[in-house]
Design a protein around this ligand. Structure first.
Ligand code: AMP
Length: 215
């Protein structure tokens, strides 16, 4: 299956995408993860995109187009994929259309996870990550065994710079302004399915998995 997973930052796309990729046996392609890794590794791409990531702004479409064409062209994406965090603009929809046409495949569904703003700020504000092994924690929902320390590798946990409250608000604003049209465009094509993103990740996953059976 070829799936686009959408929704505002913090709605739980990453968590749901990982579970869904395991269930369906298709790769999880997170553009945010690819970009963060490029920044952490200090690659040419990383240097170009660092400021956008830290301020919560969208990376220019040209750079994103090259990235996605390369990633979806790799062998492990042949059997299907879950795209997490792409497309985020109308231009990126057009880019994805071109890439898929070249590969001779089509999108099956665009799933949008929906949650209200207060819930998103609570989730993102409490998120902590391990800079070493990239485990993700939450101060309330998934606290580490020892405060501030990664269970898996013992490193000190950090807050992503773009999870600070002022940046969260900017990211939500960017989402509302630039990503709404993507929602509308997939809606017009009849590809959009909305899923309630409130509640426990396991409950949300049941809803997502149930939906997949009907696609
Ligand atoms: P995410 O982890 O999906 O919230 O992405 C983190 C950051 O990476 C975003 O705030 C953007 O700066 C950048 N990013 C990720 N995906 C895209 C995309 N499709 N287009 C532009 N920028 C992106």
């Amino acid at each position: 299956m070829r799936i686009v997973l959408m929704g505002p930052p913090g709605v739980g796309k990453g968590t749901q995408a990982v579970r869904l990729s395991e269930k369906l046996g298709v790769v999880h392609v997170s553009t945010g993860d690819i970009l963060r890794e490029a920044v952490a590794d200090g690659t040419g791409l990383g240097k170009k995109v660092r400021e956008y990531l830290e301020s919560g702004q969208l990376v220019p479409d040209g750079l994103m187009g090259d990235l996605i064409a390369e990633r979806l062209g790799q062998d492990d994406a042949r059997g299907g994929f879950i795209l997490d965090g792409f497309p985020r603009t109308l231009e990126q929809i057009a880019i994805l259309d071109r890439v898929l046409r070249r590969l001779g495949v089509e999108l099956d569904v665009a799933v949008e996870l929906v949650a209200d703003e207060a819930e998103i700020i609570r989730r993102l504000g409490g998120r902590r990550v391990c800079p070493q092994c990239r485990q993700v924690y939450h101060l309330e929902n998934r606290p580490p065994k020892a405060a501030g320390v990664c269970d898996a590798c013992g490193s000190a946990l950090v807050q992503r710079p773009d999870d600070e409250e002022s940046v969260i608000r900017d990211r939500l604003e960017v989402f509302a302004r630039q990503t709404r049209p993507v929602h509308d465009a997939y809606g017009q094509r009849g590809l959009l399915k909305e899923v309630d993103g409130h509640g426990d990740p396991a409950d949300v996953f049941e809803r997502v998995a149930g939906l997949m059976e009907r696609v």
